[in-house]
Design a protein around this ligand. Structure first.
Ligand code: ADP
Length: 456
């Protein structure tokens, strides 16, 4: 019983039930219509034949003599299944067919049912009028035994075939729905087998092109995306661990050096402390970048937008940069006044990343030019350096996490996370970023951010 109840809750159970219900309703309607139609037709036929005989008799009885038993017997014989009884005005039987002897037939209007033994009849009663004067009754009785037995057999046949039909419908509906839904069951089984450590399983796409093959394909492409995301996640963790190992090893190395020689030799001690501080700072930057990206992936970074002038922010960042480095000529020529609606802190972080890169990858004496102009509905920010540039084959990858063009070429090593963070910030502000570069000549970064007033 419980199995039946759970089956009813399954899709195939529901489909089978609906199919069955509709089949039974159609069958019932059809069979009832056939049965009632035939029932009506047969009874109507019998009444018509009673009426016809009655009309014939009424005129003939008066024309000749209503005691004309011969005529009645002849009609009974010729019709085969019609019997009669003639009554006087006080309802005494004048004469009747042999079959009706000892049978009570009430004088009532319309057509009535009558049973003699196990035979069925219908009868009707009429007045006999002679020139308008009531002279007695005539009752005509018609046998219906064969019609009723036919109707009973019909009912039996209909019931049996309906039950067989319903049974066949259950089996067919169940088989068809199970067969149709087999891909869903296979999806379920595969989904159960898939675990975090093995996401490489895929469903087989077979059968005709329909919603279920589409579902299978969608499921497989979802698995492709999940697998890619998993791999990305794994790669991220492995790259992050790898990046953290270097500063930790350096710190460990200098700590050992301090332990062995640093107690006596001041120069060694100072060098070690300096190196440890530098590596710890590197590590801090790296961990902060990792944390930023991890929180960004989990949508945990809140973006607090406000309206501010981008040109003023650029000037601010440039001034701060010039305090730390004077290796390049940094110019902000012709910055247009530009109001934007954005998270000031995040935009500042993005500016720092591009400006730091410009400085990192441009040899001393080079130049970094920053511009800001309006382009349609965008604030267009340009940062152009005269640095070492980026090879063409590296350009499609520079926004990837941990990607570095050449790990040995930069004096100040980065972990390859800066551009990934910058792109995340730009995308969260519905902006765009493009980088053009000519190796040996310099790099040009274009950032487009929406104007204030055009972005909700
Ligand atoms: P990193 O922390 O290594 O600078 P980024 O994500 O900021 O990481 O940059 C990725 C790589 O793109 C860098 O390693 C560098 O090789 C290259 N790159 C970025 N900006 C510049 C630039 N202005 N000039 C030359 N190369 C650049």
């Amino acid at each position: 019983m419980r199995k039946f109840l759970t089956w009813r809750k399954t899709i195939s159970g529901k489909l089978t039930s609906i199919y069955l219900l509709m089949f039974i309703i159609v069958l019932l309607l059809l069979n009832t219509a056939v049965y009632l139609g035939l029932n009506y037709f047969l009874k109507n036929n019998a009444r018509n034949s009673l009426d016809k005989t009655m009309n014939f008799l009424s005129t003939r009885l008066l024309q000749y003599n209503y005691y004309d038993t011969d005529l009645m017997e002849e009609i009974s014989r010729s019709e085969g299944n019609i019997y009669f009884r003639v009554l006087s005005t006080n309802r005494n039987i004048r004469f009747q067919s042999n079959l009706l002897e000892d049978v009570e037939i009430p004088v009532t209007q319309g057509y009535q049912e009558l049973k003699i033994g196990d035979r069925s009849f219908i009868y009707t009663t009429r007045f006999i009028l002679d020139r308008g004067i009531f002279i007695g009754y005539i009752q005509l009785v018609r046998e219906m035994t064969s019609e009723y037995s036919f109707l009973r057999s019909l009912l039996l046949v209909i019931t049996v075939t309906s039950l067989l039909g319903a049974f066949a419908a259950i089996i067919t509906a169940h088989t068809i729905t199970r067969k149709t839904l087999r891909p869903i069951i296979s999806i379920m089984d595969t989904a159960k087998e898939i675990s975090g450590s093995d996401i490489s399983r895929r469903l087989e796409i077979s059968g005709p092109e329909d919603e279920l093959t589409e579902l299978t394909r969608t499921f497989n492409s979802m698995l492709d995306r999940l697998e890619k995301a998993f791999q990305g996640q794994r790669q991220f963790v492995s790259d992050a661990s790898h990046e953290l190992r270097t500063p930790i090893s350096v710190i460990q190395g200098y700590a050992n050096l301090l332990d062995r020689w640093g107690k006596e030799e001041v120069a060694v001690r100072d060098e070690a402390i300096e190196a440890i501080k530098k590596e710890a700072a590197n590590m801090k930057t790296l961990v902060e970048s990792l944390l930023f990206l991890a929180r960004g992936d989990g949508n945990k970074i809140s973006i607090n937008k406000s309206q501010f002038y981008l040109d003023e922010l650029i000037e601010e960042v440039v001034q701060e940069t010039l305090l730390i480095t004077d290796k390049l000529k940094v110019s902000t020529t012709g910055l247009e006044k530009m109001l934007i609606n954005a998270d000031r802190e995040l935009i500042k972080q993005m500016l720092r990343i591009f400006i730091d890169n410009g400085i990192k990858y441009t040899p001393a004496g080079g130049e970094l030019r920053i511009g800001l102009a309006r382009e349609d509905n965008w604030a267009l920010l340009t940062m152009e350096d005269t640095g070492i540039g980026i090879p063409e084959e590296a350009l499609p990858h520079i926004f990837e996490r941990f990607y570095r063009v050449d790990k040995s070429r930069s004096e100040k090593k980065g972990a390859g996370l800066g551009l990934a963070i910058a792109r995340w910030i730009i995308e969260k502000h519905h902006g765009q970023v493009e980088i053009f570069s000519s190796p040996g000549h310099g790099t040009r970064v274009l950032v487009r951010l929406p104007f204030a007033g055009f972005q909700q």
